[in-house]
Design a protein around this ligand. Structure first.
Ligand code: SF4
Length: 222
C-alpha cells in the first residue's frame, strides 16, 4: 500500500503523554473534517499537480500541500538515509485515519520503531495493535463527520483543547458511554491563555486527568 506523505521531520513531541520524547513526524496528506481554525489547511486536498518525488517530502512543508506516495518500506529507507535517530514515529495529518494504517504501523514496528497516531476520531482507526492512538476529537466541524465510538474506544489517549466550560461539557457528552478507566485524558489549554489554563488545571486536578501543554509553542519549534 502507498501513503500520500506531505512532510517528514524529526523533532521533540510537544504535546500529550509523550511530551519531550524525540519523534519523527510523518504528516499524511488529505483531510475532509474542515476545522475552521486548522493550522494545516494545506494538507486538506491531495491535488495531482502537487505531487512530488519522495525525497522532497523529507523536510517541513509549511504551506504548499505537496505530497509524495510512499510505501512503508520506502518511508523507512528515507528515515535511514536522513540519519534520523528518533525511535518514536508520530503519524499525523491531515487526517491519517482516512487510510488503513495497518501495513504502515506494522512495518514500522517490525523495523524497531514505536508508533503513535494523532487523529480527529472521525474515521475508523485501523492500525497495529500496539500503536499508541491519540484522539483529539473534532466535534461538529464543517465537514459533517461525527466522532466515532470505534475511534474513542481505540484511543489510549484522548486530548481535548479547552478554552471554556462548554468544551468540558462537550467532552463529557462524547465520553458518557465510553470506558475511560484505561485511557489517559489530557486537557490542553487553547493558545496558552491564562483563563483556559486555569480551567484545564482545575478540571485535571478534580478528575485526575493530565494537563497537556503545547511545549513546542513555548520553544518555538515545529
Ligand atoms: S482534523 Fe486536523 S487537519 Fe483536519 S481540519 Fe481538523 S485540525 Fe485540520
Amino acid at each position: 500500500m502507498k501513503y500520500p506523505v506531505n512532510e517528514v521531520f524529526e523533532t521533540i513531541q510537544g504535546e500529550g503523554l509523550f511530551t519531550g520524547v524525540p519523534a519523527i513526524f510523518v504528516r499524511l496528506q488529505g483531510c475532509p473534517v474542515g476545522c475552521s481554525w486548522c493550522d494545516t489547511k494545506h494538507t486538506w486536498e491531495t491535488l495531482s499537480q502537487n505531487r512530488v518525488d519522495a525525497d522532497l517530502v523529507i523536510q517541513v512543508d509549511g504551506e504548499i500541500g505537496r505530497w509524495a506516495e510512499l510505501t512503508a518500506q520506502q518511508l523507512i529507507d528515507q528515515l535511514v538515509a536522513q540519519g534520523f535517530t528518533a525511535e518514536h514515529i508520530v503519524i499525523t495529518g491531515g487526517e491519517p485515519c482516512m487510510y488503513d494504517l495497518t501495513e504502515l504501523t506494522s512495518t514500522l514496528f517490525d523495523a524497531g520503531y514505536r508508533c503513535q497516531i494523532e487523529t480527529s476520531g472521525t474515521f475508523e482507526v485501523k492500525c497495529h495493535s500496539q500503536t499508541w492512538v491519540t484522539v483529539s476529537p473534532k466535534i461538529n466541524m464543517k465537514g459533517g463527520y461525527p466522532v466515532l465510538p470505534q475511534a474513542l474506544n481505540c484511543a489510549n489517549e484522548i486530548k481535548h483543547p479547552v478554552a471554556k466550560q462548554s468544551h468540558i461539557d462537550e467532552l463529557d457528552l462524547l465520553l458518557k458511554d465510553i470506558d475511560i478507566s484505561n485511557k489517559t485524558i489530557c486537557l490542553q489549554p487553547i493558545s496558552q491563555k491564562a483563563r483556559a489554563t486555569e480551567l484545564a488545571m482545575k478540571v485535571c486536578i478534580e478528575r485526575n486527568w493530565r494537563l497537556s501543554i503545547q511545549t513546542h509553542k513555548y520553544l518555538n519549534i515545529d
